[in-house]
Design a protein around this ligand. Structure first.
Ligand code: GRF
Length: 194
């Protein structure tokens, strides 16, 4: 059975692209049934359209609460009957109003190791910690999102990246994104073929 994925994005969508490519090349037994962005200008929406996947811009209304938005988002996502909801560069914290609608089915990608650097700018913060001699490695993890905890749900996969002497932030970030693209697809393949 081909797993149905709804992918939530907020920006470039390079991780979405990794999923779309894997599906198209039969490296992932799944299909992206919808891509939803809270930001109308997210390039990931263009990536979805180029792949023939429904691409929906779904911004929060200024006058609505976080819970009201999440309830509308949950209704929209549920309409696509996803097996998994994949947060790939999704930059909003989701409340339990949304999460409770998809128990054990919301998956997040975070560019840091479990327990390290939760929240935004994790790549830059890890790099700064290395520069300060506090860490010698960082990494990437894929985890479930059972509750409103930030980047701290049950880990499905994680992999370390050791910093290289003299490495620039840009070079390190490129290695992180390459690992994200691989680890996310591998994890989804494991989940969807189980
Ligand atoms: C990625 O590092 C992702 O983990 C983070 O946002 C970055 C952008 O990802 N949350 P993408 O290119 O939009 O997939």
């Amino acid at each position: 059975m081909t797993a149905r994925l709804v992918v939530l994005i907020s920006g470039n969508g390079s991780n979405l692209q990794a999923i779309l490519d894997a599906c198209a090349e039969n490296r992932l037994s799944a299909m992206v049934v919808a891509v939803i962005s809270n930001r109308p200008d997210a390039y990931g929406l263009t990536r979805a359209r180029n792949a023939g996947v429904p691409a929906l811009s779904f911004p929060k209304r200024p006058d609505e609460s976080r819970q009201e938005y999440d309830a509308r988002l949950a209704e929209l996502v549920a309409g696509f009957q996803p097996d998994y909801v994949v947060l790939a560069g999704w930059m909003r914290l989701l409340s339990s109003v949304f999460l409770n609608a998809f128990p054990n089915r919301v998956i997040n990608l975070h560019p840091a190791l479990p327990g390290a650097f939760p929240g935004t700018h994790a790549i830059e913060r890890a790099y700064a910690a290395w520069q300060a001699g506090q860490v010698d490695r960082s990494g990437v993890m894929v985890h479930l999102v059972p509750d409103e905890g930030v980047d701290n749900g049950p880990v499905l996969a994680s992999e370390e990246i050791f910093f290289q002497p003299g490495e620039t932030l840009e070079a390190f970030e490129a290695r992180v994104h390459a690992l994200e693209h691989r680890l996310l697809v591998e994890t989804l393949q494991r989940l969807t073929s189980a």
